[in-house]
Design a protein around this ligand. Sequence first.
Ligand code: FMN
Length: 160
Amino acid sequence: MNVTVIFGSDGGATKGVASKISKKCQGRSVDIKTATKADFENCELLILGSPTYGDGTLQTDWEENIDKLRAAKLGGKKVALFGTGDQATYPDSFVDAMGILYDEVTELGAVVVGFTETSGYDYSNSTAERDGQFVGLALDQDGQSGMTEKRVTAWLSKLL
Ligand SMILES: Cc1cc2nc3c(=O)[nH]c(=O)nc-3n(C[C@H](O)[C@H](O)[C@H](O)COP(=O)(O)O)c2cc1C
């Protein structure tokens, strides 16, 4: 399957996860800063990833380039999401950016795949949790980096 991963990253954690994911599925990893409309559209599976900043906002490059996403034709397209966050320090807005991306792509008519269980995490609130599941893959590189490899592998094995 032809996979494109589009990410934003301030400190590099999300960029690292995006590379890991794209390598495992022989896909491409593209920074939202340089992503084009074609990057969103010309793939069979589009994977979007963002860390959460502030009190539950998208990463800045995502915010500044959100019109690129909004201009993409994603109706009926298979989209999967991942979010990086820190559940111990920000338990009330854990991986909220993933919830924001979910609302954006759902609005565009995308078919979101790759929901995951919330067990194994310890947080109070997340807008990325809908009906008891995360809308994508939640990763905590600050407190649970040791679990990332296993979580990514299990998630991709279901997606691909
Ligand atoms: C100022 C600040 C605010 C943050 N706010 C949140 C938050 O609301 N929710 C969350 O889950 N993580 C939050 N985080 C944690 C980051 O999302 C996490 O460290 C992430 O791995 C950073 O990714 P990056 O290195 O790709 O930028 C915050 C981190 C910082 C420094």
